[in-house]
Design a protein around this ligand. Structure first.
Ligand SMILES: Cc1ncc(COP(=O)(O)O)c(C=O)c1O
Length: 312
């Protein structure tokens, strides 16, 4: 980090969440919490912290370890079938876990037009890790969680498979992410995270202590996420939990959109702080936080922790 300002504020947190985890998946937990010197925050009296979930595991990066580990325990060695788009970080993490732990993985991929083409680097990595890829058309993909569509997919691919939904966000995953909030108790006032399905935010918010709040930055356009997160929390905890809000202005046109302004911002952040900035999620989160600090959204004295959920 910049100018020697980095320090690990959570090193003494001292819980071993790797207990009971197969050796190949042993995580670095709690993930480090780093204090960074950034004048765009400092001039408003705001402290920026980076919660380095990107350092949890070399193959199951960021929120992927927190979401997948409880599901893999539940799958107990059965084949794991899951869903994702052509560049899904979740598919890649699931395939890597399958390789590391020696269980079969099946990826249902959105877009049957991809079936006849060479695999992109992300899907090629999945295949190299042993994932069986099955391409479906977009209409089928959208309805994949409907019981009859899912039953047909299981029939075709593996009736014994353990199913993990798109993005890995089921109740086990949401409960797994509460630990992220628990690790941050006492260390931050606002904890911000980029949202796809919202599963990470749903768990994070539930795990924070009193007086802390979570701020989600959706990377998809649509305004539907609040209801989905409430649904995920009700399914995981029986109720809506924690103090959380969404800041919906920073999707930059939608998923995987990377306008030149956002790319330049990410490159500048990398130069300032020596941190590789993942472009689909983390860049939008950090951009949003700088913009909010500039708007005066955080009172002086606020400690803002940005969860670094991925790596470029
Ligand atoms: C790097 C990164 N950050 C954040 C997210 C968002 O997680 P969630 O789907 O739980 O909102 C994802 C999801 O795939 C991700 O890959």
């Amino acid at each position: 980090m910049n100018g020697g300002a980095a320090r690990d504020a959570s090193r003494d947190h001292g819980r071993d969440n790797g207990a009971m985890t197969p050796e190949a998946l042993v995580p670095r937990l709690p993930s480090p919490l780093e204090d960074v010197a950034d004048e765009r925050f400092a001039r408003h009296g705001v402290r920026l912290l980076l919660k380095r979930d990107d350092l949890i595991h070399p193959d199951l990066v960021g929120n992927k370890w927190r979401k997948l580990a409880p599901n893999l325990r539940a799958a107990a060695g059965r084949p794991v079938l899951t869903f994702g788009g052509a560049y899904s970080n979740h598919l890649r993490a699931t395939a890597a876990a399958g390789r590391l732990l020696g269980f079969p993985t099946i990826g249902v991929v959105r877009g049957d037009e991809l079936a006849g083409r060479p695999l992109n680097p992300s899907l090629a990595r999945c295949a190299a890790d042993g994932m069986r890829l099955h391409f479906v058309d977009r209409a089928t993909y959208r309805r994949a969680s409907a019981p009859e569509v899912l039953a047909a997919l299981l029939d075709l691919l593996d009736p014994e498979a353990y199913v993990v939904p798109e993005g890995g966000s089921n109740s086990l995953a949401v409960r797994g992410c509460t630990e992220l909030g628990a690790e941050l108790r006492g260390h931050a006032d606002v904890v911000a995270v980029a949202c796809g399905t919202g599963g990470t935010l749903a768990g994070l918010a539930a795990g924070l202590g009193s007086g802390q709040r979570a701020l989600g930055v959706p990377v998809l356009k649509g305004g539907f996420l609040g209801e989905e997160i409430r649904g995920l929390q009700r399914a995981a905890f029986g109720e809506v939990r924690g103090a959380w809000t969404l800041e919906e202005r920073f999707h930059f046109g939608g998923y995987a959109r990377l306008p030149a302004e956002l790319d330049a911002f990410a490159r500048d952040f990398e130069e300032r702080h020596g941190l590789g900035v993942e472009r689909l999620y983390v860049a939008k989160l950090l951009y949003a936080l700088v913009a909010l600090a500039d708007e005066g959204a955080f009172p002086a004295g606020t400690r803002v922790a940005a969860v670094i959920t991925g790596r470029p």
